[in-house]
Design a protein around this ligand. Structure first.
Ligand SMILES: [Zn+2]
Length: 401
């Protein structure tokens, strides 16, 4: 008898609890297409993001986010934004010999503690993520042609190392045609790594710790957002500035190699190809609302500058480029640049962590700190008017008078 009594109480409680849950769900539900008790919980919290697109390209989610950002949130005093240069974790094309041993687990392990320690961590994905197939790019000069096809298991290391956002605007994003581009985007989406730079994906916005970031990437290569069309780039950056707290811009531009470590402030050509005027491009985009600009493409380090209180790195060089890359002399420098900004993107200070790559590749800390001394040399030569200094520990600060 006692048992039946307890069973009765248990069953009654279950009905009451279930009933409450159903009625609460029904109160929140506004649609009629899903019975409230069959909808997954996440549906009740997330609006349908594919509906309600405005002419500005916003979804209901993004509009909600803007309102939330405007009204009630605690702004962070300081943001930390990391940038690194080219990343290619190994290629199975033209043969699998160019893949790293041990599935590449070691490649980013030394850099990981630094990369995860920031609000946002950015890098340039110099290649395609694709297990096999695709349409290999036709090559006019086979001596100059390198095609990079990284199998999907390598991309997991990018997530584990702390990358939040990657550029897909560079000269290797189209190495395996549209199949390569589509699969790269699919894999990055599945890893929840933000990305932009292909014409199919010109820009991205995302929220980390309550702060909204806009991101866009540009290059001189077909299929990517053009570094040559300043007007179109300005339009994108202005739009991002109007809907974000901080706008991060990436470009892949400038001539390549040790002869091209200086910022010329002119249009650069390399093997007959216009590689853009990276100085004018960066300044135009800061004027349009860009807060932090990370350049890469020359495979060597170039100077950094603070223009209108905004940080510009003209080339971060190679960062993690396994095999198939020249890693001699200046091409070996693989710094991590950590930029500290106010909540509106204004530069506060920065820090250079002097990593280096030894053949066949993978960044490791350089006890000789060559990236710091090289960067100081380039800053002094190219931007003597800069109001920033770089000390031996790698700190970049405003000059105090
Ligand atoms: Zn490149």
């Amino acid at each position: 008898m006692h048992l039946n009594k307890y069973l009765f109480i248990f069953l009654t409680s279950t009905v009451i609890i279930t009933g409450c849950k159903v009625s609460r769900l029904q109160t929140k539900s506004t649609g009629t297409t899903h019975p409230a008790d069959t909808r997954p919980q996440a549906d009740l919290i997330k609006p349908q993001d594919t509906l309600f697109i405005t002419s500005r390209g916003d979804t209901l989610t993004s509009l909600d986010e803007e309102i939330a950002i405007g009204i009630h949130r605690l702004m962070k005093d300081t943001l930390s934004i990391i940038g690194v240069g080219d990343i290619m974790l190994g290629t199975n094309f033209p043969k699998p010999d160019y893949l790293p041993p041990d599935s590449g687990r070691f490649l980013l392990s030394g850099a990981r503690p630094f990369l995860v320690d920031a609000d946002v961590t950015f890098g340039n994905l110099e290649g395609v993520i694709l297990n096999d197939g695709g349409t290999p790019k036709n090559c006019k000069n086979p001596d100059l042609c390198y095609l990079f096809r990284s199998p999907e298991y390598l991309a997991v290391h990018l997530k584990q190392a702390g990358f939040d956002v990657l550029s897909t605007a560079n000269n290797h994003a189209g190495d395996f045609g549209d199949i390569g581009r589509q699969n790269t985007m699919r894999v990055l989406d599945s890893l929840e790594i933000y990305h932009a730079g292909l014409q199919a994906k010109p820009y991205e916005t995302f929220i980390i710790d309550g702060m909204k970031y806009g991101f866009a990437a540009f290059a001189p290569n077909s299929g990517t957002m053009s570094i040559h069309d300043h007007e179109a780039a300005i339009e994108i950056v202005s739009h991002l500035d109007s809907i974000s707290d901080v706008v991060i811009v990436s470009f892949h531009g400038g001539a390549e190699g040790k002869k091209y470590q200086h910022v010329t402030r002119k249009t650069e050509t390399f093997y007959g190809e216009n590689r853009g005027n990276v100085y004018q491009f960066s300044h135009d985009l800061v004027d349009a609302g860009a807060d932090v600009i990370f350049g890469h493409g020359p495979h060597v380090l170039r100077a950094v500058e603070v223009y209108n209180n905004r940080f510009i790195a003209y080339s971060l060089g190679n960062f993690c480029t396994y095999a198939r890359f020249n890693l001699k002399g200046p091409n070996s420098l693989a710094p991590i640049v950590k930029v500290f900004t106010k909540a509106d993107g204004q530069f506060l200070h920065a820090r250079i962590f002097p990593f280096i790559q030894l053949s066949p590749g993978g960044p490791q800390i350089d006890k000789n700190k060559k990236a710091i001394s090289k960067l100081r040399e380039l800053m002094t030569a190219d931007f003597p008017e800069n109001r920033i200094v770089l000390d031996d520990q790698g700190f970049i600060r405003y000059v105090t008078q």
